[in-house]
Design a protein around this ligand. Structure first.
Ligand code: PLP
Length: 452
């Protein structure tokens, strides 16, 4: 099929496509940018315009777009086999990848259950934890604890443990009840007006411990985004918070489910965020960066203890009755393996510290701007929270869409960004160069100055 011109593509999109998290009436009012190619850290549209991919194509891209080594691995796999089922069969790529994931994951996570997106990776973790408790006779342990501002995806189970009312509120009647613990969002912590991150962490943990003690008998698991609550606004937790949550889970006999969907695969500076605090969760959800942003794949990893609870005679019905058609897809698994190879050959994690330092310096400098209320960073991700009034932290009203306007302005400067409300997100491919990072931060600064 010949390439279609931009106008036709825009017409098709507006007429036939329903976009996620998008008010389609606004979308239809303006012709969309149509991406047709990618080159390194850049997206290229149907008219040949280039945009630095400042959000790594929704937090997935690791090694840049159209990376030759990954393309070659996919082509080679397509010529072998495209898909076979995990029901009654194994496949080579899924088996090899599982071994590699176990080797790099926090020690103790030794089993890999595949699926194909972040929401299902979390949902599987929830079902595993629930069934685990049933099998060991703790039949009253049916509830979950999660955090205010949490985002774990959009399926019903994942939404049930979500803590962002804007996204989740409308679905409440459909959801299972979850106990929400306070989020250590130090800039706006309700428990600690001092904006002191140590104090905020301590107070939030004290409240978490109170909730756990009160509900331990009925709680199967706790779900947490390690180190950073992503969609909640790149909310970075105080150091030590995660480790303490792990200890509390142990003390109250609650399984810890770490959702590393956004932060896994190098984003925070280590392969997995949990490794920064020496934490091994009982269950860990992975997706997004697992294929470096190429293909849908997810994995839910579990410890031997969790896995063993599902073993038994068939008649005991201890089987984990869950599975998706494209589970362990060989093309996706081959892609993930090629990505892990690139982590090694590019020494990608070793290359991050100077970029993390540069990002920190640029984010810190932005705090001087009159409408930047708070900047947050963890490794190669950042959040810039814009406020109407710095003195009283008054946010811009939702309907003014200040974050979105900054991102629209940034397009004029060759950047593609996607905000979280009033927070501008910085989340480039990990392979970004220092020069490209400078270009990104210059463009963000110029756009914030222009709009606020
Ligand atoms: N968990 C976290 C922490 C996420 O950030 C996301 C997506 O942004 C998800 C789960 C859901 O992943 P997916 O969009 O692939 O379903």
């Amino acid at each position: 099929m010949p390439d279609l011109d931009t106008k036709t593509l825009q017409e098709y999109d507006r007429k036939y496509v329903w976009h996620p998290f998008t008010q389609m009436r606004d979308w239809e009012a303006e012709p969309p940018v149509v991406i047709t190619r990618g080159e390194g850290c850049y997206l290229v549209d149907s008219d040949g315009n280039r945009y630095l991919d400042g959000v790594a194509s929704i937090w997935t891209n690791v090694h840049g777009h159209c990376r030759r080594e990954i393309n070659d691995a996919i082509k080679a796999q397509v010529d072998r086999i495209e898909h076979s089922t995990q029901l009654g069969l194994a496949n080579d790529q899924a088996a090899i990848l599982a071994k590699r994931l176990v080797e790099i994951a926090p020690a103790g996570l030794c089993k890999v259950f595949y699926s194909d997106n972040g929401s299902t990776a979390v949902e599987i973790g929830i079902k595993m934890a629930f069934q685990y408790q049933q099998h060991r006779g703790a039949t009253r342990k049916t509830k979950f604890i999660s955090f205010v501002n949490a985002y774990h995806g959009d399926t019903i189970g994942a939404v049930s443990v979500g803590g962002i009312d804007l996204f989740h509120g409308v679905f409440r009647p459909l959801l299972f009840p979850t106990i929400l613990a306070p989020s250590p969002y130090c800039y706006r912590c309700e428990l600690c007006p001092e904006q002191d991150s140590d104090m905020c962490g301590r107070l939030c943990l004290a409240e978490l411990e109170r909730l756990m003690a009160a509900h331990a008998d009925e709680t199967a698991g706790l779900v947490i985004e390690p180190l950073v609550q992503g969609a909640g606004g790149m909310i970075v937790h105080p150091p030590g918070f995660l480790k303490r949550v792990r200890e509390l889970c142990d003390r109250h006999d609650i399984l810890m489910i770490a959702d590393e969907v956004a932060v896994g695969f190098g984003r925070t500076g280590t392969m997995f965020a949990c490794q920064q605090e020496g934490v091994t969760p009982d269950i860990m959800a992975l997706s997004k960066g697992i294929t470096a942003g190429y293909l849908p794949l997810a994995a839910t990893m579990a410890t031997q203890k969790v896995y063993d609870a599902f073993l038994g005679d068939y008649r005991e019905l201890k089987t984990f009755f869950h599975g998706h058609t494209f589970t362990g897809n060989p093309i996706a698994c081959a892609t993930a393996l090629a990505s892990l190879d690139l982590f090694e050959t590019d020494r990608l994690l070793d290359s991050l510290p100077p970029k993390i330092d540069y990002l920190r310096a640029r984010l810190t400098a932005l705090e001087e701007l009159s409408h930047v209320g708070n900047v947050r960073q963890c490794g190669m991700l950042g959040g810039i929270e814009l406020v109407r009034n710095k003195a009283d932290k008054k946010p811009y009203p939702w309907e003014e869409r200040v974050g979105m306007r900054v991102c629209q302005e940034a397009k004029k400067h060759g950047l593609f960004l996607r905000p979280l409300g009033n927070t501008i997100v910085v989340f480039p491919p990990l392979v970004i160069t220092l020069d490209e990072l400078k270009f990104l931060m210059d463009g963000i600064e110029t756009s914030i100055r222009a709009v606020t």
